[in-house]
Design a protein around this ligand. Sequence first.
Ligand SMILES: Nc1ncnc2c1ncn2[C@@H]1O[C@H](COP(=O)(O)OP(=O)(O)OP(=O)(O)O)[C@@H](O)[C@H]1O
Ligand SMILES: [Mg+2]
Length: 235
Amino acid sequence: MIIERMYAHVASQEDEEWPWNVPCVRGLLADGLRFTAPVTFLVGENGSGKSTLIEALAEGFGLDSWGGSHDWRYASHRPKSVLGERMRFDAAPRGRRMLGSWSARKGFFLRAETALDALDREGFAPDFVSHGEGFLAAFRGKFLEPGLYVMDEPEAALSFASCLELLGHIDQLTKAGGQVICATHSPLLTALPGADIIEVGEHGMRRVAWDELTLVDHWRRYLADPQSYLRHILD
Ligand SMILES: Nc1ncnc2c1ncn2[C@@H]1O[C@H](COP(=O)(O)OP(=O)(O)OP(=O)(O)O)[C@@H](O)[C@H]1O
Ligand SMILES: [Mg+2]
C-alpha cells in the first residue's frame, strides 16, 4: 500500500458551491478517508461524488488530471480542481519514499471522461483498436510497477471477461506492493476478495460489505426476474 489516509483542510469554504456542497466532500473535510486495504472501491448513485473524490485524489498525488501514467504528469494543461490542490496524504510504510518526492511517485489514472484520449497519447488506443481493447492494452502494458492506480468506472468499456482480466491485473499489482482506488458501478469488480468498499451518498461515506451493497441487491433481483423492474418503467 502507498497511502493510508487522504484528507484536506480548507480555511473557509463556500458551502453552497461545488465541490464543498457534495456530502462526501464534507465527510472528507471532517474526517478524512482512511484506506485499510490495498484495493478500495467507491460506489454510489450517479452524481454522488465518486469522480469528484477520485479526480482530486489523482491530482493531489501528482497524476495528470487528464489521465494516464506518471510519465505524463505534466502533459495536459487542465487545471487542478480546488479540491485536488488541497489534497494531502498520510503515507503507508511502503509509500514513504514515494510520497517523499514527486519524481518517485508512480501510478496511473484512468479518468472516465478522457480515458481514450489519455491512452491514445501513450500509444494504447490508436484508431484501429476498440474502446475496451485500448483499456486492456493499457492494463497489460502499464499495470506493472508498484504505485497508486486510480480508476473511474473502468467497466464502462469492458466485457464480463475483460472485467475478470482487470481483477487479475489488480491482484498482481497489489501483490507487488501497489494500491488501487477505483470508482465503479460493477458488482463483478467489487466482489474482489479483501477489497474495501465505500458507499458514497447523501450520508457522506461509509464502509459496506459486498453482500449489503444496494447495487448488488438490485442486480440479483434484476437477473432473477427482469420484469419485477421493467413493469415499472415500460408501458
Ligand atoms: N466541475 C464541476 N462543477 C460543478 N459541479 C460539478 C462539477 N463536477 C461535478 N459536479 C457536481 O458534483 C456532483 C458529484 O458529481 P460526480 O461527477 O463526482 O459524481 P459521480 O458519483 O462520479 O457520478 P457518476 O456515477 O455519474 O459518474 C454532481 O451533482 C455534479 O453535478
Ligand atoms: Mg463519475
